[in-house]
Ligand binder design. Structure first.
Ligand SMILES: [Zn+2]
Length: 321
């Protein structure tokens, strides 16, 4: 990289370190089908003032309160995706890939109006949400972004699955998945959050499923929109999509993407190390709820901690050349 580019990058990192909140510069629209409902849905995404957070709005809901904040308090279900529900009983399903895109791009405040009960699955990753939000442009706001600093380890487990958050000098995801069979097998990946890292390592990783599960899903009225266009499909120990995989370890990358989306339900970035073995939405949401219910485990990161973290990010960038 040329020295000018490096200097600009360091300057960008320092600005990011000051950590103001962001929204988008202009409204954006997209449409697609829900992976579970199979129904077409249109999304209209608008800028929102500082301290709004991400708020979903059901545009097709005329009679009830249609606003659904994207925080852990509003999680209704974690079965085959994360579904939120407000006090009036209005729901929005499959929010995790959109929330991952927002967290990955460090966008804090948005109004996201959907004219149906499930977000579009698009290509099964965050890639198209990322394109949409980036083409809308991000806009810095006159408000500090707060981060949740982990100061005491917490963990949750369910059977042979586990997830924890522990103190760390910089945010990190360390995820392991274990399947008996090819092509997944055992995959482990570590990820250090940052806008560029998200774009290059995580955003494009698609959701996956086994062909043998399709009939079971359809029998319970789920997965009606799933197809080779939005899911990596595995059958007989191999990926059956014509185009194969986007990354050799696309599966564990997608698990990290899901975790980024689910952890965003904490309502602020988490400064700590997330370590998970065979995580899923249920475990991730339980981890966030446990965190928020355990005041001794976290604090709002003070400015000196954020500044030190920023220095380390700049140093890591410089070391990487
Ligand atoms: Zn997913």
């Amino acid at each position: 990289m040329c020295p000018g580019g490096a200097n600009r990058k360091v300057a960008e990192l320092k600005v990011a370190a000051l950590d103001v909140q962001h929204t988008i510069s202009s409204p954006a629209v997209c449409a697609g089908i829900g992976v579970h409902t199979g129904a077409r849905v249109r999304l209209s995404i608008r800028p929102a003032p500082a301290d709004t957070g991400i708020i979903f709005v059901r545009g097709d809901e005329r009679d009830l309160d249609a606003r659904i904040p994207a925080t852990a308090d509003y999680v209704a279900s974690t079965n085959l995706g994360t579904t939120l529900r407000n006090r009036a009983g209005v729901e929005i399903a499959t929010v995790e890939h959109f929330l991952a895109a927002c967290a990955g791009l460090e966008i804090d405040n948005l109004i996201v109006e959907a004219d149906g009960p499930e977000l579009p699955i698009l290509d099964g990753s965050s890639a198209q949400f990322v394109q949409l939000l980036m083409s809308a442009g991000t806009k810095a706001q006159h408000a500090t972004r707060r981060s949740i600093e982990i100061i005491e380890r917490i963990s949750v487990a369910s059977g042979d699955k586990s997830a924890s958050l522990e103190p760390a000098e910089r945010a990190e995801f360390d995820v392991t998945i274990r399947y008996a069979d090819a092509p997944i097998g055992v995959q482990r990946r570590r990820y250090f959050p940052g806008r560029d890292a998200f774009l290059h390592e995580i955003a494009d990783a698609r959701t996956y499923g086994f062909l043998s599960d399709v009939e079971k899903l359809h029998a319970i009225g789920r997965g009606l929109g799933a197809s080779y266009e939005n899911t990596v499909v595995i059958d007989g120990g191999r990926v059956v999509n014509d185009d194969g995989l986007r990354f050799e370890d696309e599966f564990v990358r997608h698990k990290i993407l899901d975790a980024i989306g689910d952890l965003a339900l904490a309502g602020a970035p988490i400064l700590g190390r997330y370590v998970a073995d065979q995580p899923g939405h249920a475990l991730n949401v339980k981890l966030v709820q446990t965190l928020l219910d355990t005041p001794r485990a976290w604090r709002w990161a003070p400015p000196d901690v954020l500044a030190a973290m920023a220095e380390r990010q700049v140093a890591a960038f410089a070391a990487a050349g």
